[in-house]
Design a binder for this molecule. Structure first.
Ligand code: ATP
Length: 288
C-alpha cells in the first residue's frame, strides 16, 4: 500500500541570537543554518524512513529545487510536487541563548498548490491507501473530501491548530492526531472531547508523558520512552509519520504506536528536523 501526504515544504532559516529582538531593535545573529522543514515534509521523511512508500503532494517555487532533491534522496516520491509562481515557503526561526524560539512563517507555495496536481496524484492512488493531511496547505479540505470518496483512509494531524479547518475535515477522517494543546483547543472549539467526535481512532500525544489512543475499544495509554531531550522539534511529526507507516504495513495500532514512540524518543535526542529523523536501522540499535 502507500501513503499520499499532502503537505508543506519549507526552508527553515534558523538564526542564533543572543536575545530576542524587541520592537525597533536591530540585532546581529551569531550563526545561521538552513534546514529542510515543514510539517508535511517531516512526516513524509519519517514515513519513508519507516520504510513506507510515500508520495508527497505539494508545491515549491523556482527557489525550491534543492528541497525536492532532498526529499527524493530521502526516498520520497516527488512527482506530485508542483512548481508554482510563488516563492517556496520559509520559516524564519530565531533561537536565543536559552533555547527559546520565535518563528515567522511565510506560507508561499504551500498555499498555492494547484488542484490539478492533487487530482493527478489521486488518480494513481488505490483503495485502502492512506491520505495524510495537516494544516499548512490550501487544499487539505478538498483532499479529505476527494480521498474519502475514493476509498482512501484519511489521517489528519491537526497542526497548526485552526478550529474551522479542523471542523471542515472531521467528517472524513479515520485517524486524528493531536498534541495536548490542540486537543484542548479542539474541545474548546467544539464543546466535545476529541474522542467523542466520531473519528474511529484519535491519538493525543503528550510529550514526555507519552500518548493516549482512543480507539473502538476505549482508551489506552502509552508511556514515553525515557530519554534526555536536546531538541523536541519534529517529535510529533516523526511520531505521526511512523504511526502511518505502521498502519500502512497492516500493523495493529498499538504496535504502530510503540514503534512511533521509539522513533520520536530517539528524535528528541537529536538536533534538527527532517534531516535527522531516525530510520528503522537506527531504531534497532537504540537502547534507551
Ligand atoms: P512537536 O511540535 O515538537 O513536533 P508535538 O507537540 O506535536 O511535537 P509531542 O506530544 O510533544 O508532539 O511529542 C510527540 C511524541 O514524541 C510523544 O507522544 C512522545 O512519544 C515523543 N516525545 C516527545 N517529547 C519526548 C520526551 N521528552 N521524551 C520522550 N519522548 C518524547
Amino acid at each position: 500500500m502507500a501513503i499520499w501526504n499532502l503537505g508543506s515544504i519549507n526552508a527553515d532559516f534558523v538564526y542564533a541570537v543572543p536575545h530576542m529582538p524587541g520592537p525597533g531593535e536591530t540585532l546581529a545573529a551569531t550563526g545561521r543554518e538552513i534546514f529542510l522543514g515543514g510539517k508535511g515534509t517531516n512526516m513524509s521523511v519519517a514515513a519513508a524512513r519507516a520504510a513506507a512508500v510515500v508520495h508527497h503532494i505539494g508545491a515549491v517555487g523556482d527557489d525550491g529545487e534543492w528541497a525536492v532533491d532532498r526529499l527524493m534522496e530521502y526516498g520520497v516520491d516527488t512527482r506530485f510536487i508542483a512548481r508554482v509562481d510563488e516563492d517556496t515557503a520559509q520559516a524564519v526561526i530565531a533561537v536565543d541563548a536559552n533555547g527559546e524560539n520565535m518563528i515567522i512563517l511565510f506560507p508561499g507555495a504551500n498555499d498555492a498548490i494547484p488542484q490539478a496536481i492533487l487530482q493527478e496524484a489521486m488518480a494513481e492512488a488505490e483503495t485502502g491507501d492512506w491520505l495524510l493531511i495537516q494544516n499548512e496547505t490550501n487544499l487539505q479540505r478538498t483532499a479529505a473530501t476527494l480521498g474519502k470518496k475514493m476509498g482512501l483512509k484519511v489521517a489528519y494531524a491537526a497542526a497548526p491548530f485552526d478550529a474551522d479547518r479542523v471542523k471542515a475535515v472531521l467528517p472524513h477522517l479515520d485517524l486524528l492526531v493531536l498534541n495536548r494543546v490542540e486537543a484542548d483547543q479542539l474541545e474548546f472549539a467544539t464543546g466535545e472531547r476529541p474522542e467523542a467526535l466520531g473519528v474511529r481512532d484519535v491519538i493525543v500525544t503528550l510529550g514526555a508523558d507519552g500518548a493516549d489512543w482512543f480507539g473502538p475499544e476505549g482508551k489506552r495509554h502509552f508511556d514515553a520512552i525515557p530519554v534526555t531531550p536536546v531538541d523536541t522539534t519534529g517529535a510529533g511529526d516523526t511520531f505521526t509519520g511512523y504511526v502511518l507507516a505502521g498502519l500502512d504495513r497492516g500493523q495493529p495500532m498499538a504496535q504502530a504506536i510503540n514503534l512511533a514512540m521509539r522513533a520520536a524518543a530517539l528524535m528528541v535526542t537529536r538536533h534538527g528536523t527532517a534531516d535527522v529523523i531516525p530510520d528503522l536501522k537506527d531504531l534497532e540499535g537504540f537502547r534507551p
